[in-house]
Design a protein around this ligand. Structure first.
Ligand SMILES: [Zn+2]
Ligand SMILES: [Zn+2]
Ligand SMILES: [Zn+2]
Ligand SMILES: [Zn+2]
Ligand SMILES: [Zn+2]
Length: 363
């Protein structure tokens, strides 16, 4: 392996970036104070015993126990801060140089510009859909942030429904790493840059159905579930019944705006217009379902006409009966008939009118 001085300068720059982001670790805090308290308590306890002060000796021994506990807890804190310093050890320029060499082996080139270090992946094709190569870019000034990397499409082939989605798992240059996230975070913390690029590259080469920003089978638009024409998400309707996607030509829409597919659509029994279940009501006579404009006072047009016909028949029958009862006196019969007419007019609504007609007939 030949020495690459440019790569070495890059490694030094990254080392400085890590140092700047994370800062120098805090000094280790030795528990002097607890130690001094403990030694003083020891002295006093010995003195009390020597002089035969029983009460004072017992008190000092209790104090000694408490001071020992303080010291032990301070010592444990010191131990764990030492461990965390070891865990958060900053990578050295030498280690970073080795990482850059490994990344170069994998990706061909490692480039650093003003703010970012990046590699470029192979052109990526998933499930027959060409997405092109991607740059995995690490922001050197933000190494302490949760995800200081972005993924940039070199020749973008975004989803039809979203120009910002250049890969099923990349939206607005942010990659969704799913279960790989923990491994990437650990690699970043330890300065394992070659691992970091490789882990992200692996996610870019895979497709997790169900966890994508845009699923691959909808990459070129969403097909209408009835005619199969692919359209933008924004131009599609969704069936209220089964949630399927529908184009403007296949969708059936109720006056209230509810959309339905062929299978889920309900219709008015009268005018046959698409009417959602919520806007249908049953005729109180025939019990078929109708839209609002095909019902009047709870009856459909046909039932209304039938009822009017029946009423007219009864009226005619009654007139004939009255005429027979009053013999040839046509004037009186006419007066009765006219009164009957008034009753009929006054006795709305219709179903009440019929009852009255029946009662009149009986009298
Ligand atoms: Zn369609
Ligand atoms: Zn449906
Ligand atoms: Zn109707
Ligand atoms: Zn409706
Ligand atoms: Zn009816």
């Amino acid at each position: 392996m030949t020495w690459d001085s440019q790569l070495w300068r890059t490694a030094q720059r990254i080392e400085a970036a890590y140092l700047k982001c994370r800062g120098l670790p805090q000094a280790l805090d030795v528990p002097w104070y607890a130690w001094q308290k403990l030694t003083a308590a020891c002295r006093w306890a010995a003195e009390a015993e020597r002089r035969g002060w029983r009460h004072a000796g017992a008190r000092q021994r209790e104090q000694l126990g408490r001071d020992l506990d303080y010291l032990l807890s301070d010592l444990r804190a010191l131990r764990s801060s030492l461990e965390s310093r070891q865990r958060n050890k900053l990578p050295t320029a030498g280690e970073l140089y080795a990482e850059l060499v490994a990344a170069e082996d994998e990706f061909g080139d490692v480039v650093v510009d003003d703010f970012e270090l990046y590699v470029t992946t192979d052109p990526i094709t998933l499930d027959g859909i060409y997405l092109g190569p991607f740059e995995i870019r690490l922001k050197l000034s933000r190494l302490d942030e949760p995800d200081p990397y972005r993924v940039v499409a070199v020749e973008p082939h975004p989803a039809q429904s979203s120009v910002d989605t250049t890969h099923p798992h990349v939206h607005n240059e942010r990659i969704c790493l799913g279960e790989g996230k923990a491994a990437v975070t650990a690699a970043l913390a330890e300065g394992r840059l070659a691992d970091l690029f490789q882990l992200i590259n692996r996610v870019l080469h895979s497709y997790g159905e169900g966890s994508a920003y845009v699923e691959l089978d909808r990459w070129h638009g969403t097909p209408c579930s009835e005619c199969d024409q692919s359209l933008d998400e924004d131009d599609l309707y969704s069936c209220r019944g089964c949630d399927c996607a529908l184009c403007g030509e296949c969708v059936r829409v109720c006056d209230c705006g509810t959309a339905a597919c062929h299978d889920c659509a309900t219709h008015c029994y009268g005018c046959e217009e698409t009417t959602c279940a919520g806007c249908l009501a049953a005729c109180s006579d025939c019990e078929e379902e109708f839209c609002a404009s095909c019902l009047e006072e709870g009856l459909c047009h046909a039932c209304q006409a039938a009822e009017e016909e029946r009423a007219a028949e009864r009226e005619a029958e009654l007139e004939a009966e009255l005429a027979a009862e009053f013999g040839g006196d046509e004037t009186e019969a006419a007066v009765h008939a006219a009164r009957l007419g008034e009753v009929i007019v006054l006795a709305r609504p219709r179903h009440h009118r019929n009852r009255r007609l029946r009662n009149l007939g009986r009298r």
